[in-house]
Design a protein around this ligand. Structure first.
Ligand code: ASP
Length: 589
C-alpha cells in the first residue's frame, strides 16, 4: 500500500525540545528569511506559531541557494529533522528547536505583500482593510479572532448548562424597532415590497417564549443603519437571550452568572461580589452618564443651589451647574487649564466654558472668578465638592442634559490623564430603573428608550398619563468600565397593555396592528411573563481583549462609511437585476 503523503505532520507552533530527532513535514508561510554567512534561516508561520527552518551551505549548497530565493509569504512545505538550537529564543514557544531542512517545495508563490505582516506593521488602516486576509495573518488580529471564538464557546457552555437552547430566527423580516434605521431588501417575488433586516430578533424571541421555549439564546447578527463609530458596525453580533416565568431579579442573577463565568474562564478574574446596582437617576447624577466607569471616583456634584441667583450671569442663566474635584491638580498651570477649557468646549463635548477653582498648598483658594463670587460662596463650593489641599475644582454650567454629558466627558478625560483607567481592572455594574420614554425634539414626541415591548414599573403606571417623562421601566444595562456590554428588560406580555403602550408612543391602532399585529395576536394565546437581555458580542470581545475598537474583533468589518473596501460593497447592481425587482432609480443619482 502506498503511504499517503501528508501536507504536514505538525503545525508550526507544536514542536518542542522533546521532539528532537523527529522527522517532520511542516507547511506554512515564509514570515522572513535571514542569510548569515553559510547559513540561511527562515521563520515558517501558520495559525499556531512560528518554527525556525535552517539551511546549511556546507551540507547542501543547492538547497540553501534555492531557499535563499524564497520570498516573504511564499507558501512552502518542508521535510526535515527537529534539532536542538544552539542559540535558543525564549520568546518563542518553539524557540528551543529548529528544523534542519532536507527538502522543500513551493506550494504557492506570493507577490511582495503591500505591508509587513508582523505584529507592528507599516500598513495604514485603509491599506490593511483592502487586504484584510493579509492583515488577519498578523499575530494581534489572530489573537483577537481566537478570543472572539473562545468567548462564543464559553457563552454556549454556560447557557447550555443553564438549560438555554440556541434557536435561529430569520434575517428577512420586517422592522423591529431598536431606534435605528432599517436595512431593507427588495423582494423579487413580491414586487414593490421589502424585507427589513432585523435590528434585533426581539419580536421573534418573544414569540419563542409564547411558543413555550422558555430559555432561548442565539449568537446572532443584527443590522442597524446608523452613524458609525469605533464601537459600532452596521452589522454586529449579539448574544441574544430570553427567559419565561422570570422577574428582573431572575434575569440579573442568571446573566451576572454568565459574566462572572466568562471573566473567570477567559481572563482568570473571579468577581467574588454581587455587581453593584445603580439606578439610572443616580448614574446620571453622580457620573453624568448611564454607563459610568467605576474604575475611579471623582463623582459629579451639583452646585446649582449654591451658585445660581448670586448675580453671576453665566450661572444665573444656567439650568444646571455642577463640578468635579480633581485630586492633586491644584498646581495646574494656566496652559494646562487652557487646554482643559479647549477640551470641554470642542463640539463633541459641547460646554460653553469652564470655571476652575484651585485649592492651594496652604489651603487658600484661587480662581479667576474670585472677584465675581463671594468668598464665602467659594468656600461653600469647595466644601460641597470636598476639595482637599492641592485639589482642583472644575465647574460647568448650562442646560442639564448637555452639562451632565460634558461633565462626564471631562471626568473621563481627567481619569485618563491621571492614569486611573487601568486596562487590567474591570468594574462591572448594573444600571437599573431606566426611564421608559425619551423625548425626541425632532419629532416632538416620546419614544421608547429601550424598545416598545418594555414593561413599566408597577408603581409608576399612574404616572403614564400625568408625567410620562418620569415613568421608569423594568429595564437594565450591564456596564463594564464605561462600556454598555448588554441591555434588556422585562416585557409586556398582555395584549391590552401592549396596545396601550403603542398608543403612548404615538402609534395609531392601525399602525400598531400593521406593524405588530402578529405579536399582539400571539398574546391572545397564552403568553408567559418573560424578559431577557442582549449582549454586544463584538463589544464584549473587544473589552476582554483590552481594545475600544470592535473592528479589530471582526474578521471582515466595514469602515466608517459602512463600506467593505476590499469587496467594494455596497455597489451598484445591474439594470437586469433592477428590472427584475421592478426598481427604478431616480435620474439625479
Ligand atoms: N433587543 C434588545 C436590544 O437589541 C435587547 C433586549 O431587550 O433583549 O437591545
Amino acid at each position: 500500500m502506498m503511504t499517503r503523503k501528508k501536507y504536514r505532520t505538525h503545525t508550526c507552533g507544536e514542536l518542542k525540545i522533546d521532539d528532537v530527532n523527529k522527522v517532520v513535514v511542516l507547511s506554512g508561510w515564509v514570515q522572513k528569511s535571514r542569510d548569515l554567512g553559510g547559513m540561511t534561516f527562515i521563520d515558517l508561520r501558520d495559525r499556531y506559531g512560528i518554527t525556525q527552518l535552517v539551511f546549511n551551505m556546507e551540507t547542501d549548497a543547492d538547497l540553501c541557494n534555492k531557499a535563499r530565493k524564497l520570498g516573504r509569504e511564499y507558501v512552502v512545505q518542508v521535510n526535515g529533522t527537529v534539532t536542538e538550537r544552539s542559540n535558543k529564543n525564549n520568546q518563542l514557544p518553539t524557540g528551543d528547536i529548529e528544523i534542519v531542512v532536507e527538502s522543500f517545495q513551493v506550494l504557492s508563490k506570493s507577490e511582495i505583500p503591500p505591508f509587513t505582516i508582523e505584529k507592528d506593521t507599516d500598513g495604514g488602516e485603509e491599506l490593511r482593510m483592502n487586504y484584510r486576509y493579509l492583515d488577519l495573518r498578523r499575530e494581534p488580529l489572530k489573537k483577537n479572532i481566537q478570543l472572539r471564538y473562545k468567548l462564543g464557546q464559553k457563552v454556549r457552555n454556560y447557557l447550555d448548562s443553564q438549560n438555554f437552547i440556541e434557536i435561529e430566527t430569520p434575517y428577512l423580516i420586517k422592522s423591529t424597532p431598536e431606534g435605528a434605521r432599517d436595512f431593507v431588501v427588495p423582494s423579487r417575488m413580491n414586487q414593490g415590497q421589502f424585507y427589513a433586516l432585523p435590528q434585533s430578533p426581539q419580536t421573534f424571541k418573544q414569540l419563542l417564549m409564547i411558543a413555550g421555549y422558555d430559555k432561548y439564546f442565539q449568537l446572532v447578527k443584527c443590522f442597524r443603519d446608523e452613524d458609525l463609530r469605533a464601537d459600532r458596525q452596521p452589522e454586529f453580533t449579539q448574544i441574544d437571550c430570553e427567559m419565561s416565568f422570570v422577574d428582573q431579579e431572575d434575569v440579573l442573577q442568571t446573566f451576572e452568572g454568565l459574566v462572572k463565568y466568562i471573566f473567570s474562564e477567559i481572563k482568570g478574574i473571579d468577581f467574588d461580589f454581587d455587581f453593584p446596582r445603580i439606578s439610572y437617576e443616580v448614574a446620571m447624577r453622580d457620573y453624568g452618564s448611564d454607563k459610568p466607569d467605576l474604575r475611579f471616583g471623582m463623582k459629579l456634584k451639583e452646585l446649582t443651589d449654591l451658585v445660581k441667583g448670586k448675580g453671576f450671569r453665566v450661572f444665573d442663566q444656567a439650568e444646571y451647574i455642577g463640578g468635579i474635584c480633581v485630586p492633586s491638580c491644584g498646581n495646574y498651570s494656566r496652559k494646562q487649564l487652557d487646554k482643559l477649557t479647549a477640551f470641554v468646549t470642542q463640539p463633541q463635548v459641547g460646554a460653553k466654558g469652564m470655571v476652575y477653582v484651585k485649592r492651594n498648598e496652604d489651603g487658600s483658594i484661587s480662581s479667576p472668578v474670585n472677584k465675581l463670587v463671594d468668598r464665602k460662596d467659594l468656600i461653600r463650593w469647595r466644601k460641597r465638592l470636598n476639595a482637599k489641599k492641592e485639589d482642583l475644582l472644575l465647574i460647568l454650567s448650562g442646560d442639564r442634559t448637555n452639562t451632565l454629558s460634558a461633565l462626564s466627558a471631562l471626568r473621563l478625560e481627567m481619569g485618563n490623564r491621571l492614569g486611573l483607567l487601568r486596562a487590567d481592572e474591570f468594574k462591572p455594574l448594573w444600571v437599573v430603573d431606566f426611564p421608559l420614554l425619551e423625548w425626541d425634539e425632532e419629532s416632538k414626541r416620546f419614544h421608547a428608550k429601550h424598545h416598545p415591548f418594555t414593561s413599566v414599573k408597577e408603581e409608576d403606571i399612574p404616572l403614564l398619563e400625568k408625567d410620562p417623562a418620569s415613568v421608569r421601566a423594568n429595564a437594565y444595562d450591564l456596564v463594564i468600565n464605561g462600556v454598555e456590554v448588554g441591555g434588556g428588560s422585562i416585557r409586556i406580555h398582555e395584549k391590552e397593555k401592549q396596545q396601550a403602550m403603542f398608543k403612548h408612543l404615538g402609534f395609531t391602532d392601525e399602525q400598531a396592528e400593521k406593524q405588530f399585529g402578529f405579536l399582539m395576536n400571539a398574546f391572545k394565546y397564552g403568553a408567559p411573563p418573560h424578559g431577557g437581555i442582549a449582549f454586544g458580542f463584538d463589544r464584549f470581545a473587544a473589552l476582554l481583549g483590552g481594545s475600544e475598537s470592535i473592528r479589530d474583533y471582526i474578521a471582515f468589518p466595514k469602515n466608517n462609511s459602512g463600506r467593505d473596501i476590499m469587496i467594494e460593497s455596497p455597489s451598484e447592481i445591474s439594470g437586469e437585476q433592477l428590472k427584475e425587482l421592478n426598481i427604478f432609480l431616480s435620474k439625479s443619482k
